[in-house]
Design a protein around this ligand. Structure first.
Ligand code: SF4
Length: 330
């Protein structure tokens, strides 16, 4: 196999990230990485291969679609006048948001129908999750600086880091708060590192592009109404940068060798590719020829979309934590 060589910023298919990128198509980067892709590789290199090299289709779960729809409502909610940002108005936005998602991806409706999913019951779960948001924040008191913000930067080793930030709040003094909504449940205490990695990744990119270390990274878990907050510093973000570079190096080595090892774990239960996984008696398909072409790029994929899907929490006791409604940045 051929090692990934210098390539351009844009993938071949023009993902949302490619379309949002301010980099010229000829930008000289070695590849691109988003928090989700990095996280996929850290979870299981073979999963990364199936998703981002083979680009195999995956079953879209009702939970994942709920995440997409609720994210859409929370994005559009702030288009309304502040006084109108009520739970009732947001609830009325659910069905149009669902229709918008289905218009973009009709296969989701087809799959729901084939699975015999009760649409009304599923929509009710969306309402429950959305209602929980209003117990955590009062959107009438917030004016986000940005929503679904595409961020990108190129590291010293010419790696393009990019992703979409759910919400960015900016205080009059320039302090930044990065907010990410998760429609799943919060991780158990001590298991927040994975989610915080994503947030530190965004903070790193914002620091590199704006020169400001965000003051607060805030994860809003709508599955159980918990808010996790973290105050990063420069050392955190430098450590994150080293980790991201190391992940990219490992991905490049896997591409060069063609060796993508499975890493069995609790999340295998939710993996769409178990039938192809050696850990479950399967055989991966041959690697696509395009992956070995010089200049191949870590191209577009689900990870380049806003990431509404919260992976299931490993079994364990409830967090037992509650959080007060977070105030806006000072
Ligand atoms: S089943 Fe588990 S080990 Fe196999 S590819 Fe999926 S996540 Fe990796």
């Amino acid at each position: 196999m051929t090692a990934p060589g210098p390539t351009t910023a844009s993938g071949p298919e023009g993902s949302p990230a490619d379309q949002a990128s301010a980099l010229p198509p000829s930008a000289d980067v070695v590849g691109s990485l988003s928090p989700s892709r990095a996280s996929d590789f850290l979870t299981c290199p073979l999963l990364y291969r199936f998703r981002h090299v083979d680009r195999l289709p995956e079953v879209v779960s009702p939970d994942a679609v709920r995440g997409t729809v609720v994210h859409k409502v929370l994005e559009l909610l702030f288009d309304l006048d502040a006084a109108d940002r009520t739970a009732e108005r947001s609830e009325a936005m659910l069905e149009p948001a669902w229709e918008q998602v289905v218009a973009e991806r009709p296969e989701i409706a087809a799959q729901f129908e084939a699975d015999g999913l009760d649409h009304e019951a599923w929509l009710a779960t969306c309402r429950t999750v959305l209602a929980r948001y209003f117990g955590l924040e009062d959107p009438r008191r917030l004016e986000p600086a940005e929503r679904e913000l595409y961020v990108e930067t190129v590291t010293g080793s010419r790696l393009l880091l990019r992703g979409f930030v759910d919400r960015l709040d900016e205080a009059p003094n320039g302090m930044l708060r990065v907010v990410d909504y998760k429609t799943g449940r919060s991780p158990r205490p001590g298991f927040e590192a994975k989610a915080l990695f994503q947030m530190k990744f965004y903070a790193l990119v914002l620091w590199r592009t704006r020169g400001v270390v965000p003051s607060v990274l805030q994860l809003v878990y709508l599955g159980d109404g918990v808010v996790v907050r973290y105050e990063p510093d420069e050392a955190d973000l430098l450590a994150c940068e080293r980790k991201v570079e190391a992940v990219w190096e490992a991905i490049s080595e896997a591409r060069t060798s063609g060796t993508w090892l499975p890493r069995k774990g609790p999340l295998c239960s939710w993996c769409s590719h178990r039938s192809l996984c050696p850990e479950y008696g399967g055989t991966p398909p041959p690697l696509p020829a395009a992956d070995v072409a010089p200049g191949s790029v870590d191209g577009p994929g689900p990870v380049d979309l806003p990431d509404p899907v919260s992976l299931p929490r490993p079994p364990g006791p409830e967090p037992g934590r509650s959080a007060p409604p977070p105030p806006p940045p000072a």
